[in-house]
Write a protein that binds this ligand. Sequence first.
Ligand SMILES: C[S@@+](CC[C@H](N)C(=O)[O-])C[C@H]1O[C@@H](n2cnc3c(N)ncnc32)[C@H](O)[C@@H]1O
Length: 297
Amino acid sequence: MEKKITNTEKETQGKNCCGPECCSGKNEVQSPKAYQEKSAEELKNIIKEKYGAIAEQTSSCCGSGKIVDYYIMKDKYDNLPGYVAEADLNLGCGLPTEFAGIKKGDTVVDLGSGAGNDVFVARAITGEEGRVIGIDMTEEMIEKAKRNNSKLGFANVEFRLGEIEDIPLADNAADVVVSNCVLNLVPDKKKAFSEIYRILKPGAHFCVSDIVIQGEMNSELKRSAEMYAGCVAGAIQQDEYLQIIEKTGFKKIEIKKRKKIILPDELLKQYLNENGLKEYKENLKGIFSITVVGYKS
Ligand SMILES: C[S@@+](CC[C@H](N)C(=O)[O-])C[C@H]1O[C@@H](n2cnc3c(N)ncnc32)[C@H](O)[C@@H]1O
């Protein structure tokens, strides 16, 4: 559900954990240009450093010392069966498990699993008969997720260090792949979706929540949006995103949920003329969180 930004909430702007001010000193604001100019390896090292620092925060994931209770991209998790507060670092931008059609006994893989938030929600659905595997390239995140799991004692939950572009799993291993606010960070999205295709069993499906862009947004606005909400610099156009999925070979591709990421007028007015602002408000352009499914044929 979209929320209006209150004054108190405005004060917290830029402190979203996807944003640059988290764990200050360890983050570098990624402009869209930087995403194009930096090599994939350089970008991944920056991402690992940022999420490593977030994983090691204790009170709140943000370095300011304030507990920020409003996260612009996040959907509400805490009423879900299996929810584990320590695993929720406020890094998501949707609820992929809501539309993932996970069944008892399924093998579920969560890509960019962070501290295990969606893994534990998925485990509540698969039950003891299933298996849930979280994959993340940031060592500190994997360590935190493992610590969370050892407190819970789930024998059928596993966290593996690895990259989405080269998932450490065999072909045809998963019934369902989920991912929450991660693929926008992956420089090679075609490779990411081809790896998802490879690890899914024939006829199996993925359900991914992610950030996409709709319509032209100038790079300055994109950069400001990255500072405000994060997870925007590496986000691509929604059409391109869906085309990549289609070209990978997925069928029955469907956006199950689409949510506008609200940016304050003060910020928009700096970069958009009247017409641009109107288009933004009419949802012809903007930043969206989408939850999309696709089936391996
Ligand atoms: C925005 S956080 C989301 C974490 C988790 N999905 C959640 O909702 O709490 C992104 C996570 O993806 C991981 N990540 C980013 N790029 C990755 C890649 N190419 N391969 C594996 N993990 C990646 C980061 O280390 C980080 O833990």
